[in-house]
Write a protein that binds this ligand. Sequence first.
Ligand code: SF4
Length: 392
Amino acid sequence: MKEYPEKKELGLYIHIPFCERKCRYCSFYSIPYDERLVLEYCDSIVEEIRLHKNTIKKYKLISLYIGGGTPSVIPLNILTEFIVRIKKNINILNKSEFTIEVNPNTLTERKIKTYRELGVNRISVGVQSFNDTELKFLGRIHTASQAVDCLKRLIKSGIDNVSIDLIYGIPEQKLENWANTIREAISYNVKHISVYNLSYDKGTKLFEDLTKNKFKKVNFIKEEFMFFFMLAFFKEKGFLHYEISSLAKSEKYRSKHNLNYWQDGEYLGFGASAHSYLIDNKNCHQRWGNISNVDKYIDRIKNNESPKCFAETLNNDELLREYLMLRLRLIEGFSLREFDRIFGAEIKRKLISKLDFFIDNCLLQESGGMLSIPNNRLFVSNEIIALLLSKL
Ligand code: SF4
């Protein structure tokens, strides 16, 4: 297996799978909030972290991300004790990015204050839209005015690094409403914006309703227009587009946690359904995932059993695929020199031999030794990456 340059940085993810109600489009693992279960679940996560304590110590912790689910549904006293206990086991540096995801209707001033005291320095708000009809369609529990209040509260609190999520391509979404949402988004001094095209994942209520013809999907041309319109708008307002779905006010505000994923960095995930990726001392790239069931997760930890539901060692071919899939999400793409160093001259030659087709058809571009997807093709990046992988 090829040598990766030494990596000493690590991202940590903690999955809180509790939500007040399941959103119509959601394919993440989440269950209704249950206080008894939350206590046991938090205990289990602390225990899982404790079991990895010695591994974590070997790394420089660059980020801690508490996501879900809706971490902000956890009552403050429980969350405070939870984070204090986590901090006893890991060394969160002042410079580490510490993010918590929140739902706009669950974020009170007291919560913001306590999060800050606990060391949280980045808040990610699931706004999705500033239009009540669209929020209702998505099955979100908050309203547009609650999203506005939440963002105003965050400004007042002095939290500098606020990120919001937005969704476009919602059936019957008017272009005018999308324009209003993105305009509204920048009025609250947010530093980071993640923008997603509504997806119809199997198993979601949205997918089921689509198959029953309850609504019509937005057509490709309109979705593509919404995407490029949004990019042009935010770029004009000074945002840096650094990943297909992500924009930051400046380099400083790029998500360290997510960049670590896209740059093929190592991470540990804790809790039900969380995934991990580590390179061991034999340079084997290990990936595993925890069971997506809170009760079983708790039982396994209590019984000193592993909460993993799969574990695999990635072979060279899988590493190559992962690398291309993740790196080409970044607007800057990847360096061919680094590619050579990681995968060797033979695989690089193979890649280069396929590039003419992609470059001639403006599906990829090479500039200054970096290979990337041209800006005007970003909307079909998944298709371009899939085509490239099929040729290798
Ligand atoms: S709040 Fe987020 S995690 Fe919870 S159901 Fe909605 S989309 Fe899923």
